[in-house]
Design a protein around this ligand. Sequence first.
Ligand code: CUA
Length: 325
Amino acid sequence: PVGRQFGFVVLLMALAGCGGGQSALNTAGREAASIALLFWVMLCGAVVLWLLVNGAFYYVSRIAPGRLDTRHARSVLIGGGIVLPVVVLTALLAWGLSILPDPRRPGDGLVVRVTGEQWWWRVEYWPEGAETPIVTANEIRLPAGQRTEFRLAADEVIHSFWIPALGGKMDMFPGRETMISLAPERPGVYRGQCAEFCGASHAWMAFAAVVMPPEAFDDWLAAEAADAVPPTDEAALRGQEVFLSEGCGACHTVRGTEAVGTVGPDLTHIGSRRTLGAGRSTVTLENLGTWITHTEALKPEVRMPSYALSEGDLADLTQYLKGLK
Ligand code: CUA
C-alpha cells in the first residue's frame, strides 16, 4: 500500500499548514482575514460546483440515458457543464477581486523598510516625521490596531516577505521598491518566512513578527532607538573587548561603540530579540556560542565566517552579546 502511505504523507503535509504561528488560516490581521475568507468561500464554491457538474454528468450518462430525449439531455449538459460554471466562477471572481487587500493602501504613519539580505532581514523603522530610521534586524514588531506600510527591497537576489498570519506575501527585488500594507489586530507572536527561493539557506530565512498593544510598542521602539547600555559586569566587559578586537565591528553595528559595520545585522539590542540567525535558534549563551564558532553548521553558505576563539573569550563574548538588551 505505497499509495496509501503516500496519500497519508500528503494529508499530513496539507494539515501541517493549518495551525500555529505561520498559518494563513490562523489569522491575526485584517488582510489575512480577507484572504482566509476568500480561501474558504473559494473552496466551498469549488466543492459545490464539482458536485453539481458531476451530478449532472452522472444523471445524464448513468441514470437517465434511455429516458431523456437528446434535446433534454443536451440542455442538462449545457446548463450544468457551461452555464452553471460560468455563472458561479464569474460571481466568485468578481467577489474575490473586490475583497482582495490593496497592498498600496496608505498606513497610519509608521513605515517599516525591510531589506532581504542573504539570509537575514534588515529592518528600519520610520515613525511619522522621523529623519533617521531606527535600525534593527530579524524581528519585526508592530502596533496592534494600526496600519503599517512596509517598503520592501533586496540586496542581491529576489526574496519574498511573508507573515502568513497577517497578510499576503510580497516579492523583494534588488534595485526596486515594492510595498505591502498590513493591519495587525491581535497581539501575539507570529512567524514570518522568506517565500522565494534565494539560495542555500532560504529555509533558514525567517523572523518573528511580534504584534503588541500600541503603548507597549511605543515603549519598545523608544528602547530600540537608544544606544547599547555599556556592560557593567567583568565578563561582558571583556566580551566587548573580544568583540572589538576580533573585528566584529567591521560587519556589525553596536550603537554607542566603535562597531559601525553595516554588512551584517545590527546587534545593538540582540539580547532582547527572540531569535538568532534570522529565526535559526533562540538567543541563549549556548546558541550564541555555536553560532560564532560554527556558523556554517547552522546556516549553509552564510556570509559570516566561523571564529576559532578560546573557551574563555567565547564565554565572555556570548555574555556580552546576551546582555545587549
Ligand atoms: Cu530569502 Cu528565500
